[in-house]
Ligand binder design. Sequence first.
Ligand code: CP3
Length: 348
Amino acid sequence: MQTEDKLLIRALRGETLARPPFWLMRQAGRYLPEYRATREQAGSFLDLCFNADLATEVTLQPIRRFGMDAAILFADILLIPHGLGQPLDYREGEGPILEPIRNVTELAALRMDDLHQRVAPVYETVRRLAAELPQNVALIGFAGAPWTVATYMVEGKGSRDHAIVKQWAYSDPDGFGQLIQLLVTATVEYLAKQVDAGAEAVQLFDTWAGALSETAFKRWCIEPVQQITEQLRQRYPDLPIIGFPRGVGAGYKVFARTAGVNGVSLDWTVPLDWAAAELQGSNSQGKVTLQGNLDPRLLVIGGPAMETEVRRILETLGQGPFIFNLGHGIVPETPPEHVGRLAEMLRG
Ligand code: CP3
């Protein structure tokens, strides 16, 4: 099947489909026993990301079990800092740990020169997936948006208050802007290679966009995402791009209108009637395809609580261009049978 005919791509082109396509953020991961087995075989999480055979295998696992309409490349948003030369490690129960970069002097240690070579196995994974996926399944590439990647690079780990990265961004915007610009360039190059290798759409994850005040949201989330979408469109005019500015509330409107994306992924707090009226529609009218927004906790709970909410989402967003997804990633304690039940409801 041609890319253009796949349900995910049709939805991203603005079509309203009788059966909306679905995939789930973090659909490959620890909730699946087969993922845990492959992860064990790989050794560390980074070894898994950089082993094209095993990364292909874990990308395909949820597709085999549940028949999603799209597969998302198995990798991580922090492979770009790794590719730029920032030491990165994932510790059991602690998440990612990086040697922090907190000023312009430290920034000088990073370079673009070896990026492609350092992440080369990721491109190989994309090539294999493009060859091995069932013919109706679309392949999504991804990267973190610059702000979210910068939070980890500057804090050195996950953070609740983002005190250190805000200290830099708010007190020395020109210096912090250099880090953001480096990430814009690296992200465009990284995603372009994924597209060349066979990715049919890309998603930019801005998990921590909701931590920013209005002015900072425009400067550190919207502007860099705009630059990325513009530069990618110069090379790939028809590439469908999904943005996920998690937690920005009413800021979703300015994001949808100005970031240059075809699709916007909604977190579970967004009121759906508002989103349908204000955000959803064709790109030519300044509107977007919506994606989302089931609370991943409802997938842990399952049963009528989950099913009622799934129906509400389909009724409210299914009237326009729409891709069913979660409002954030699957959590490890999710019973796989609940994902099976969800898939059954969505495939009809
Ligand atoms: O199936 C998929 O969605 C594709 C793979 C994918 C992963 N991470 C694999 C992963 C994707 C798209 C991501 C994106 C990502 N990574 C984000 C943005 C989306 C989000 O969840 O907010 C962020 C912030 C990261 C950074 C990251 N990677 C953190 C904070 C952690 C630790 C937390 C955790 O869940 O363990 C990771 C590790 C990670 N990335 C795992 C997976 C499957 C778990 C690692 C393991 O197997 O032990």
